[in-house]
Write a protein that binds this ligand. Structure first.
Ligand code: ADP
Ligand code: MG
Length: 237
């Protein structure tokens, strides 16, 4: 496999073609952004930590029967993945209230959500990733009903697998965002699962161990991500 031209530079990752039409190389950079790209900083080691953390999580999900794009780690900062046609909708599962849900509905941060909720957001930075519903997804043709139901089913399955995994490290999986795409007609989990796209709290102290440390200027961002990894047994070097 050979890395070819740069296809896309996102806020945190760069995507490269390969000599094989079905595969891409994803480069995890140190760039860290929040508030739809309005706050951006370089955080030393973050690309490497997220790349290795994501590979570890994707492997656990694959072992649980979830179709994932991840093929293998190529280097500290690069992974080989299946090339998906991305569905431009983010799927969010919440187990506890935090972030935009707290602001939108005026509920208390940390309120347990039983059953967990499922939300959809249009992936569009210029519009601030607006919340949409299942009718929007179908009517605008972002996904068919069948694809949408599959994304929902897989999102809840990911939740069951990862709630348990993080519980083993004495952490609460508060919420997370997933992106799916199509690979030869099938829905496959793409993008990344890392502390950049989820909320994790220490179970006893409720210390934040995720990107809220960056959003809220709490410091120790990459140190917290590494701690999450160490609690799960991820090897960073
Ligand atoms: N397997 C894949 N195939 C094609 N595109 C992907 C795949 N996984 C992730 N992507 C896309 O690549 C980009 C990753 O870079 P990122 O920095 O997260 O970008 P963004 O700023 O758009 O969130 C995203 O747009 C994501 O949707
Ligand atoms: Mg992204």
């Amino acid at each position: 496999m050979e890395k070819r031209e740069l296809l896309y530079t996102g806020k945190a990752k760069s995507v490269y073609a390969t000599d094989d039409a079905d595969h891409l190389v994803i480069l995890f950079r140190n760039d860290t952004s929040a508030f739809d790209g309005k706050k951006v900083e370089q955080l030393d080691r973050k690309g490497m930590v997220n790349n290795k953390f994501n590979a570890f999580i994707m492997e656990k999900l694959a072992a649980a029967g979830i179709p994932v794009h991840q093929e293998k780690l190529l280097s500290d900062n690069e992974s080989l993945v299946k090339r998906l046609t991305m569905i431009p909708v983010e799927c969010v599962v919440r187990n506890f209230a935090a972030g935009s849900l707290v602001r939108r509905l005026g509920v208390e941060e940390g309120k347990e959500l039983l059953p967990p909720t499922f939300e959809l957001f249009l992936k569009n930075d210029a519009l601030g990733d607006p919340m949409v519903n299942e009718y929007h997804v179908r009517s605008f043709g972002w996904a068919t009903d069948e694809q949408l139901q599959r994304m929902k089913e897989l999102s809840f399955k990911v939740n069951e697998v990862l709630k348990q995994l993080f519980d083993g490290g004495n952490m609460l999986l508060v919420d997370f965002k997933l992106e799916f795409g199509l690979f030869h007609g099938d829905i496959v989990l793409g993008d990344e699962f890392s502390p950049d796209g989820c909320r994790l709290w220490d179970k006893d102290t409720r210390k934040k161990l995720d990107k809220d440390r960056f959003r809220q200027g709490l410091g120790g961002v990459v140190e917290a991500y590494e701690e999450v990894g160490h609690r799960l047994g991820v090897k960073f070097d």
